[in-house]
Design a protein around this ligand. Structure first.
Ligand code: AMP
Length: 226
């Protein structure tokens, strides 16, 4: 099973992907996290990607596809995985079929309007220690600027600054939304209302997944027993 999470930056793909991973046991693979990790480690791939990321532009398909291919080739992905942030273009979706053919897939498009996205991303802070996601309000209410999970400092992603947010949204609307038509034609596309509380959105996702993927509810029970 390949679960693909679509939706604009800040729509909650990471949060919902973690909940799906927790319930059904599939690893969540975020292309953005893999790229940020390469940037932080200063690898050649990271150096190549950094300028594009800071400007809110897409990194080249070859770089991203190669990175995803390496990650999904690992043992923990054999039984299925969740993709968060990949594919981002129809061309990447076609490349995905070449590198991981013959697997069932389901696409969940988390829909949130642009105004809500701008508000969410401007208030988003990331822990520099464990990578967890926080809101500005929550960060201010606790130890100023500290992560409640690991005590690390909370920082704003360079690409969550307002000029870059506008650019990322524009890139999403022009380059990624054509995937809706692409996946609708394959009959694997499901839109999920992304406004509301985290648990409400997750309940919508669970309903779609368990209705569409035979045996998934049983997998959740097995995963809970482990
Ligand atoms: P994200 O964390 O998914 O919002 O991604 C952050 C940034 O990483 C994006 O704005 C892009 O610059 C880059 N990126 C992530 N995934 C991809 C992808 N599939 N294709 C190209 N660039 C990507």
């Amino acid at each position: 099973m390949r679960i693909i999470l679509l939706g604009p930056p800040g729509c909650g793909k990471g949060t919902q992907g973690d909940l799906i991973q927790g319930k059904y046991g599939f690893p969540r693979i975020s292309s953005g996290d893999l790229l940020r990790d390469s940037v932080q480690r200063g690898t050649p791939l990271g150096l190549q990607a950094e300028a594009f990321m800071n400007q809110g532009e897409l990194v080249s398909d070859d770089v991203v596809v190669g990175m995803i291919q390496e990650r999904i080739g690992r043992e923990d992905c054999q039984g299925g995985f969740i993709l968060d942030g990949f594919p981002r273009t129809v061309h990447q979706a076609e490349r995905l079929l070449e590198i991981d053919h013959g697997r069932d897939e389901i696409v969940l498009d988390i829909r949130v309007d642009d105004q809500a996205i701008i508000e969410r991303l401007s208030a988003r802070r990331i822990c520099s220690g464990c990578g967890s996601i926080h809101t500005l309000r929550e960060a201010a209410a606790k130890e100023p600027g500290a992560c409640h999970a690991c005590g690390g400092s909370l920082i704003q992603r360079d690409d969550d600054k307002s000029e870059v947010i506008q650019r990322r949204l524009k890139v999403y609307r022009t380059q990624t939304t054509p995937l809706e038509k692409y996946y609708r034609e394959k009959n694997v596309y499901h839109a999920v209302e992304g406004q509301g509380r985290i648990e409400e959105i997750f309940a919508r996702i669970e309903a779609v997944l368990e209705r569409s993927v035979p045996g998934l509810a049983l997998k959740a029970e097995a995963s809970a027993k482990r």
